[in-house]
Design a protein around this ligand. Structure first.
Ligand SMILES: Nc1ncnc2c1ncn2[C@@H]1O[C@H](COP(=O)(O)OP(=O)(O)O)[C@@H](O)[C@H]1O
Ligand SMILES: [Mg+2]
Length: 362
């Protein structure tokens, strides 16, 4: 890996001497990628962004920008700009003045400011809106002005703190595409914050799953979806069926009283584990062909598929996504491939998890 643009090394943040908001955060950010910090409200996402921007200092640990320690560097000397959750636009200024503000503070010549504002507006598809008052803009347009103001400064890193959470569903989806496209056009590093797992999966090159002041897992959306490290991640990202099991030996796991071939290995024999199966990897079939016997309980039509809830003999609930309709109260077979079974150890660190996966993927 080339030199990261940003690194956190064992960063901690404590308020009032004892409230640990960030417990021990280390990560590397590579230049030019789209990163997402994903986690529930209060887990520490904004605190991490504020430290990158220079609005807050770590209590312990170090922050590096292009290899230089920047803990004490003030925010206006960092090549970083932020799009805040509430946009933080100046309501008494028009669009031009809002975007030009930071450039005027830097004493750029008037002609250059006009040029940069124009380019920034074009980037967010608001060409010609210079004279509009902020209060005459819709929520989505304000959002774009906030982004234009941030990119007009030509930062190396753009921080976006839940920028889409105030928008309605349709606009939000459109903006997801636009932001992703904007990031690719500008080629700069984006660090995007959200509590919405679908948004994170759709937009990111890399996701950091944050929980309770710690990064619990990092990786590409596909890695995190396919190989969640623990119950928390499996449950938070996507829909999951999670049951208790026992790893009999490599590639053989027992759950719901039966043994199944799987593709996981590297655990102790007879180690208690948790087993994840995604709803889209399950199929309902006739009794003779099922690996488990289930009774269909309820069914909801979700547009592209039916979401079917059934129960096995032991009373575990299973969610199945199927394009075929089923009939509540029928008893049928539940089928899945060995690859669909994902086995998780209790309390495995991300390092040990990665090492174990690598050892049997080779
Ligand atoms: N200035 C502060 N003083 C004390 N506690 C704070 C302060 N700022 C944030 N916190 C606490 O830190 C935790 C993480 O906050 P934050 O980073 O804003 O979470 P998120 O952005 O993930 O919702 C929360 O419990 C919050 O109450
Ligand atoms: Mg926040």
């Amino acid at each position: 890996m080339k030199q990261p643009i940003i690194s956190f090394k064992n960063v901690m943040k404590t308020y009032d001497g004892d409230v640990k908001v960030l417990k021990n955060i280390s990560f590397d950010i590579e230049e030019g990628k789209f990163y997402t910090l994903l986690g529930p409200s209060g887990c520490g996402k904004t605190t991490i962004l504020r430290m990158i921007a220079g609005f807050s200092e770590p209590t312990k640990g170090d922050i590096y920008f292009e290899g230089k320690r920047i803990n004490e560097i003030s925010s206006n000397k960092r090549q970083v700009n932020t799009v805040f959750q509430d946009y933080a636009l100046f309501p008494h200024m028009n669009v031009f003045e809002n975007i030009a503000f930071g450039l005027k503070v830097k004493h750029l010549p008037k002609k250059q400011i006009e040029q940069k504002v124009k380019e920034a507006l074009k980037m967010v598809r608001l060409d010609g809106y210079e004279k509009r008052g902020i209060n005459e803009m819709s929520g989505g347009q304000k959002q774009r002005v906030a982004i234009a103001r941030a990119i007009a400064n030509e930062p190396k890193v753009l921080l976006l703190d839940e920028p889409l959470s105030a928008l309605d569903h349709k606009l939000r989806t459109d903006m997801q595409y636009e932001l992703r496209e904007l990031q690719q056009r500008l080629g700069i590093t984006f660090i995007f914050v959200t509590h919405d797992q679908e948004e994170a999966l759709a937009m990111s090159d890399e996701i950091f799953v944050v929980n309770d002041g710690l990064i619990v897992q990092s990786g590409t959306p596909v890695d995190i979806y396919d190989e969640p490290i623990n119950h928390y991640v499996a449950d938070f990202i996507g829909e999951s069926n999670i049951v208790d099991g026992v790893m009999i030996k490599d590639e053989l796991v027992e759950f719901v009283g039966h043994q199944f071939t799987c593709v996981d290995s590297g655990m102790r024999s007879n180690e208690p584990v948790e087993v994840v199966l995604r709803p889209e990897d399950l199929t309902l079939t006739d009794l003779a062909h099922g690996k488990l016997q289930v009774k269909v309980d309820t069914q909801l039509f979700r547009g592209v598929y039916y979401e079917i809830i059934c129960y096995d003999e032991a009373g575990n609930e299973w969610m199945v996504h199927s394009t075929r309709k089923s009939v509540p109260q029928t008893v049928c077979g539940l089928d899945f491939e060995p690859e669909a079974i994902h086995v998780m150890r209790f309390n495995e660190s991300e390092e040990d998890f990665d090492a174990r996966l690598e050892s049997y993927e080779e």
